[in-house]
Design a protein around this ligand. Structure first.
Ligand code: 13P
Length: 280
């Protein structure tokens, strides 16, 4: 069942757990996320990033996710990840996305606030939830410690949420997209300070490679959505590499199926960790 983000994130924040958002960009990634969620009887967020428009048609992705979500009573969200273009947000909503992220993190605070406000006005009028980002979760930062100036400022977060009326806020607290060089330093004090003053669900981007203890602590502190992309792609690539190294790799349909199987298992590990399953 397709729902918007509030229907899964608000209860998650109350329970001190997080809902996983996995990036999807083809049938295999979407099917892997769907199968893992159904196997574990768990809500999930399908996240299609604006950057994947070059490899996948947004309407076709929406149709695939709608088909999967329609097959179960489990709450599932079709979310547009990291979108800088208002036009693409309109297209996603038209295609049936139930949630969008407007990423104004590279804009000035004032412009991010003004543009996010416009997106929220439009999205809320059609029942679509909005995530925004304040501070900057780097895409190309391979260091284990993110510089202080990237982090979300508490007073700005308070003002931003109150004025824009966003539903969820992505905060920069030490994570980065992609692979880390060494153990990332997560600024838990900052999460604590933001969560004490901002009651909406907080979002952690760059979920791949963050130590389990940091994830668990962040969830207790108020992080209710965690984004994962790199690690799911890596297990599929590793599987394909191993299969292609064989003398007779076989038919593409079988290779893709094997890659999907590997992704299902990896997706399940994250879902279990984010809902605090014993032994996850
Ligand atoms: P990773 O690729 O580091 O898992 O981050 C994913 C993400 O934050 C997508 O928005």
């Amino acid at each position: 069942m397709l729902v918007n983000m509030n229907q899964v994130l608000v209860p998650a924040r109350q329970q001190g757990i997080a809902i996983a958002a996995f990036n999807i960009y083809n049938l295999e990634t979407a099917e892997a996320v769907y199968r893992a969620a159904v196997d574990l009887n768990s809500p999930v967020i399908f996240a299609f990033g604006e950057q994947y428009i070059k490899v996948a048609n947004i309407k076709i992705i929406a149709t695939i996710v709608q088909e999967f979500a329609g097959r179960t009573g489990l709450p599932m969200v079709l979310h547009l990840d990291h979108c800088k273009s208002i036009d693409v947000i309109y297209k996603a909503v038209q295609a049936g996305f139930t949630s969008v992220m407007f990423d104004g993190s590279k804009l000035s605070f004032a412009d991010n606030l003004a543009q996010t406000k416009d997106v929220v006005k439009f999205a809320h009028s059609v029942g679509v939830t909005v995530e925004a980002e304040l501070g900057s979760v780097p895409f190309d930062h391979k260091q284990s410690e993110i510089p202080e100036e990237y982090l979300t400022k508490v007073d700005e977060a308070v003002r931003f949420v109150s004025e824009t009326k966003v539903d969820a806020l992505a905060i920069a607290v030490g994570t980065a997209h992609g692979e880390y060089k060494g153990r990332p330093k997560i600024f838990h004090d900052r999460i604590e300070e933001i969560a004490a003053k901002v009651s909406i669900p907080l979002v952690l981007h760059g979920g791949s490679g963050v130590p389990d203890e940091d994830i668990q602590k962040a969830m207790r502190q108020g992080v209710s959505k965690i984004n994962v992309n790199t690690q799911i792609s890596s297990v599929a690539v590793k599987k394909l590499k191993a299969l292609c190294a064989k003398e007779k790799p076989g038919h593409l349909s079988d290779l893709m199926h094997e890659a999907e199987e590997a992704m299902v298992e990896e997706v399940k590990l994250f879902i279990k960790l984010f809902r605090n399953d014993a032994g996850a």
